[in-house]
Write a protein that binds this ligand. Structure first.
Ligand code: OFO
Length: 164
């Protein structure tokens, strides 16, 4: 692997850990707001990001590169409403999608076919991540501040059992 590719993948390791941290902060805020089911969902979302970090770091090691960890920015810790939490989540996933696409461009330029192949899974993953957040927001925008609707919505998210 070229140094340019390794550096870019290491930056993505950091971005995945930052995603983990951001979703943990969102989970804590949802818990504080009384949305226990949504907090559970978001905590699994954080776990999924940690899994993405592990996939990136394993790939770097598999191709005899080295992983180097950097500091993680302090995340936002409170949002005005549950809608704002998920709006921020969708905006964040859009920034990650751009980063993944930029990595694919680097892999192509570096003629790194194994990195390009590895990254394709994340191109697909990012489409799914954006759809998931968009679907949740559609539901929340229909419910607005209807308490019975919010209660049912929260129970629904509480049923998430896996990171995928
Ligand atoms: Fe949310 O997909 Fe990784 O960052």
């Amino acid at each position: 692997m070229t140094k340019k590719m390794q550096d870019a993948l290491n930056i993505q390791c950091n971005a995945e850990l930052e995603s983990f941290y951001i979703y943990l902060a969102m989970s804590n805020d949802l818990e504080n707001k009384g949305y226990k089911g949504s907090a559970h969902w978001m905590s699994l979302q954080a776990d999924e990001e940690y899994d993405h970090y592990k996939q990136f770091s394993s790939f770097i090691s598999d191709v005899e590169g080295s992983v180097s960890l950097e500091g993680i920015n302090k995340p936002t810790t409170t949002w005005a409403t549950i809608q704002d939490v998920f709006e921020s989540g969708l905006a964040h996933e859009k920034t990650i999608s751009k980063k993944i696409n930029a990595l694919v461009s680097i892999a192509k330029l570096e003629k790194d076919y194994s990195a390009e192949n590895f990254l394709q899974g994340f191109v697909t993953e990012q489409v799914e991540e954006e759809v998931t957040f968009r679907d949740i927001l559609t539901e929340l925008n229909m419910i607005k501040d209807n308490s019975a609707g919010l209660l049912m919505f929260d129970k629904g998210l509480g049923n998430r059992s896996q990171i995928k």
